[in-house]
Design a binder for this molecule. Structure first.
Ligand code: GLY
Length: 423
């Protein structure tokens, strides 16, 4: 099979690593990819929003399947264009992808389909939104409606901070993604990420993980796209997985199909586990980053049949995936200044060493300088991932590998997995 994978981050490097391992694959092309993937796939320099260019590339390489990594491609309508070109695609249409690309759409969708989530209001005028805070109590959760690369959510401890966040969103910081602001109740509980695959009719649970959203140790600092993950996470008891499946994932996927937007791809259910059961924080229309990295380390089954089955409506024909009976961890190495103003251009050394069979380094925001030297070119730059017989061993291996990477301008959290390990 010829496969075209779209994206350039750590999630896509992990997907490329797993796809390249499949005996079904004869050619793997990644657009645009990153330097870490160069030994796994052919890289083609196309933006993930260049729908016309990607469809032309898919035709040219006679792609049997296109796998969409990032949400921006979904919002840009890549799956729609591929469908029109009769090319199989893993990733939902723009209409189905509104489950991620519009928080206001999703909140109303939750109400229509009785999905448990926080109480909410949506506004497009700052004075009305500020007044709307009256019906909420601190901490206030303020969200830009559209895609904001993980930066569109503020948890404000006081009213002044909440009002500033509203002004920020509606004042144009996020462009059209900030045309509306959603205010919602803060939900107390333990965070979790659960993944479901869908082909438009059949739903399959496809692993779970726990992310660490705050930039610094001890859950302090600004919210980020995720500073580290591990899987399995103790929060996901069989009972919680069953509740998320029956109360969130399946009704959401049935609901979006019933609204005429069948969903083909991975649905990422980000939830809070509360004493009253799971509450939706948000849906994402793709694999999580850095959740995907630990899922790929733990997935024993070939991933390609699952991706293809979602694209071709044949998910009911294949068995449930098999997972390694091991733990996996991913520690994100970020550039100084992340998430607000990451500094680009610093030199990274030591990523190509032999770290042993249970450590994998995925690139997330790297590029090659003119002299071919690896440098930081994003906020989240490297993902140091490891497997172990338990989480403690996986964590030791990951942090031992980090100690061997020479990148003084980077930083990382030292407590990934603390909820499970109690430290
Ligand atoms: N790790 C959270 C996300 O992918 O959105």
């Amino acid at each position: 099979m010829n496969i075209l994978l779209i994206g350039s981050g750590g999630r896509e490097h992990a997907l490329a690593w797993k796809i390249a391992d499949s005996p079904l694959v004869s050619r793997l092309v990644v657009a645009p990819g990153n330097p870490g993937m160069a030994n796994l796939a052919e890289l083609v320099a196309l933006k993930p929003t260049d729908v016309t260019g990607i469809v032309a590339l898919a035709r040219d390489m006679e792609a049997d399947l296109v796998v969409i990594g990032p949400e921006v491609s979904i919002e840009a309508g890549l799956a729609d264009a591929l469908e029109a070109a009769e090319i199989s695609c893993f990733g939902p249409t723009a209409a189905a992808g509104q489950l991620e690309s519009s928080k206001a759409f999703t909140k109303a969708f939750c109400d229509r389909h009785n999905l448990p989530t926080a109480a909410w209001r949506v506004y497009d005028k700052a004075d009305e939104a500020r007044a709307g805070l009256d019906v909420f109590t601190p901490p206030y959760v303020i969200k830009a409606d559209g895609l904001a690369a993980g930066k569109g959510v503020v948890i404000a401890q006081d009213r002044a901070t909440a009002e500033a966040a509203i002004d920020d969103v509606l004042g144009g910081r996020f462009g059209t993604a900030g045309a509306r602001v959603v205010i919602e109740d803060f939900i107390e509980g333990e965070i979790g990420s659960l993944f479901a695959l869908s082909d438009g009719e059949t739903t399959r649970i496809f692993g779970s993980a726990q992310d660490h959203k705050r930039a610094y140790d001890g859950e302090t600092g600004p919210n980020t796209g995720g500073m580290g993950t591990y899987s399995p996470a103790p929060v996901f008891t069989p009972d919680l997985i069953e509740q998320v499946r029956t109360r969130l994932a399946e009704p959401a996927l049935a609901g979006i199909a019933a609204e005429g937007k069948p969903y083909r791809g991975a649905l990422f259910v980000e939830l809070m586990a509360t004493p009253e059961g799971p509450r939706l924080i948000e849906f994402n229309a793709r694999f999580g980053d850095p959740e995907c990295q630990v899922l790929m380390l733990r997935l024993e089954s070939d991933i390609v049949p699952y991706l293809l089955a979602c694209a071709t409506g044949t998910l009911s024909h294949i068995p449930d995936p098999v997972w390694r009976d091991e733990a996996a961890i991913c520690v994100v190495l970020a550039a100084e200044g992340y998430p607000d103003a990451p500094v680009s251009g610093s030199i990274i050394r030591g990523t190509d060493q032999d770290f042993g069979p249970d450590v994998v380094i995925f690139h997330a925001g790297t590029s090659l300088g003119p002299d071919g030297v690896l440098q930081a070119s994003g906020g989240r730059v490297l993902n140091v991932c490891a497997r172990g017989s338990d989480l403690g061993q996986a964590r030791e291996r990951a942090y031992a590998a980090i100690a061997r990477i020479d990148w003084p301008e980077g930083f990382h959290r030292t407590d990934i997995g603390w909820r499970a390990l109690g430290q």
